[in-house]
Ligand binder design. Sequence first.
Ligand code: TYD
Ligand code: MG
Length: 454
Amino acid sequence: MTPKRRSVYRCAECGTDHPKWAGRCDGCGTWNALVEEIAERTGRSGGPANRRADTSGRPPVRLADVSPERMPRFGTGLAEFDFVLGGGLVPGSVVLIGGEPGIGKSTLLLQAAAHLEAAGVPTLYAAGEESVEQVRLRADRIAEDAGPVLVLPEVRVEAITAQAAAHGARVLIVDSIQTAYTDELDGAPGNVGQVRECAARLMRFAKGSGAAVFLVGHVTRGGIIAGPKTLEHVVDTVVYFEGEPSSGFRVLRATKNRFGSVDEVGVFEMTTAGLVPVANPSAAFLAGRALDTAGSAVTALMEGTRPVLVEIQALAAKAGFGTPQRVATGLEHKRLAVLLAVLERRGGFPFRDLDVFINVTGGVRLVEPASDLAVVAALVSSVTDRPLPPDALFLGEVGLGGEVRPVAGLDRRLAEAERQGFRRAFASIRGRPSSRLDIVAIAHVAELGSKLAA
Ligand code: TYD
Ligand code: MG
């Protein structure tokens, strides 16, 4: 057994080393910034004798001599998952899957493990959060046969990588990185030092063995990220699994990908038999839409390279006592406040004494300003109690002056709306879009009332 290496506590702000943990850094005075790390070995590699001629590493290669052949990727069997990864799982890569507890990370990876194993790719599932019996209960629910999957109830990283190597695993799943642990550090599992060091070791394992590694990372509600944020620069690919717990839809989004494009999304539905990829998200998000209710508007979002239609619902109701409520699900509160102010001042629609509720169906979040016009139209529809035309799409960014600006990727969004049976689009346009939809040009929010009535 190798003697335990010394650890140091390094300030994340200024880099000062401390032999013991302290609440405040001696170097810069920052509180709670010390992170445990393994002290660099001195003596052995630091000695001048070793520095002289270390030829044990690999020699450099000329890029022209590297074969351009693409590495064959592993398919996870879940088309939407492969799509988000950029066309499957790259051997030797490390993929971080972040998401709130209960969103379905373990389910997704168990389904992928079952597919991989069935396809002849040896897969090891290291379960640190649950007992093997609990994993078995999940396996009984999903549609795939997870019976042949190897499950390892282990949290020590050294033991996990040793088992993975012993079983010749080509894919290793570590669920989760917050429960992973190395004896080399004194800190408890889940603290920044442990999370970082464990991830670094798993990264070395991936690069050394060519196995692909999935790391599960929990994200707390409200976007405060305990472990995963510190890992994002270490791993090759970061995907987040999101969704409103109340809705069955789950959106998988790549925010970093060394082997594919970012911001691609995959849509799944959580069913009683695990996650099912949704091939036509627009149809799924619009299913069950009440066509003759006031306050509902449809817009097209660009999710990566794919346009997706979503419904925005607004409800404006007479407020009780005190400050009117503003409740938005799927839309930033600040954006809602801006749009309400613009409607009031530039459009002449009074919202001051009304409670306002906004909901985006399917648990989707509106991040693009391109959906502004749809939010505004839904609000106007609700406050005037007049349903919007059910076959109409709304596209436009709303400025502080009330002006409506054109959106990027207009043609692709219109094409998707056409595919879903829409007939017209209210939009700010520049030039002539190549679409068969009837375009109703809107240049200012004040035009909404009359153009909708026409
Ligand atoms: P889980 O994968 O355990 O989430 P995470 O690993 O991200 O914490 O999924 C938890 C939820 O999914 C749980 O509330 C039960 C639900 N679920 C289903 O609805 N159907 C299923 O087939 C499975 C396996 C889980
Ligand atoms: Mg889990």
